[in-house]
Design a protein around this ligand. Structure first.
Ligand SMILES: C[S@@+](CC[C@H](N)C(=O)[O-])C[C@H]1O[C@@H](n2cnc3c(N)ncnc32)[C@H](O)[C@@H]1O
Length: 225
């Protein structure tokens, strides 16, 4: 995939707040899919399908990235996607699912925390999707809480996230390595207990599972009752 001519230079984009090596937003856009291809094919893609294929109605996706989920949402659904990295978003808009039915996808080049003016004009959503994004947003708990009022009662919240390793030695190594990793990966954290954070929000938890694929992952469907 190619970045369209005239695409903006490195955007002012630092989800990690502290520091991001210059050029990482563009590099992420260019190499992310290649970096993830093996893991997706062997492990993640089938889990994404399980999680997304039954969703209905109007879906809010946080951190659409290069759009890997776009072709997995059911055909009758409509998607509002929020993605701050324009290089990632450019690839999402080259996905076959988007090109075949662009009217189903409303993709905004925005951080979720900055999307209030869009969300407040939308009817409540039927589902909310986070895949590999709560590791990166600056204040994940605040973000999830702020989005709950935009969901219908009974709406599923889809989660597929890597979390801190349960083993103390691995956890120590991840904490040591995290500052460097974060600078190279647009603010991604290896050290978050996203599972505990979410389960403390008082949501109903279903289909919860953990698996290892290099990192430890947490997959779940939560419900706002
Ligand atoms: C690791 S990628 C995952 C993309 C996609 N969700 C997936 O499953 O492949 C994380 C994405 O979240 C985006 N992101 C980071 N901070 C964000 C925020 N505050 N709001 C929305 N998206 C964000 C990044 O730009 C990046 O594209």
């Amino acid at each position: 995939m190619t970045i369209p001519a005239g695409f903006p230079p490195e955007p002012k984009f630092m989800p990690g707040k502290l520091f991001s090596f210059p050029g990482t937003a563009a590099l992420m856009g260019k190499y992310y899919d290649r970096f993830m291809a093996d893991l997706e094919e062997k492990v993640l893609l089938k889990r994404r399908k399980q999680l997304l294929s039954e969703l209905q109605g109007k879906i809010l996706e946080i951190g659409t990235g290069t759009g890997i989920n776009l072709g997995l949402f059911p055909h009758q659904s409509t998607i509002i996607g929020l993605e701050p990295n324009p290089y990632m978003l450019a690839h999402a808009k080259e996905r076959p699912a988007y090109l075949e039915a662009p009217e189903r996808f409303h993709l905004y080049n925005l951080k979720a925390e900055e999307a209030d003016s869009i969300l407040k004009n939308e009817a409540p959503f039927d589902a909310l999707v986070f895949t590999l994004v709560l590791c990166t947003v600056s204040r994940p708990e605040d973000l999830v809480r702020s989005l709950l009022p935009h969901l219908k009662a009974g709406a599923p919240i889809i989660i597929l996230e890597h979390i801190v390793d349960p083993h103390p030695l691995m956890r120590f190594v991840q904490r040591l390595f995290n500052p460097l990793w974060k600078c190279c990966s647009e603010g991604c954290n290896l050290t978050r207990s996203t599972d505990k954070m979410l389960e403390n929000l008082g949501l109903r938890v279903e289909q919860k599972s953990y698996f290892r694929a290099g990192l430890t992952f947490y997959q779940a469907v939560l419900y706002k009752d």
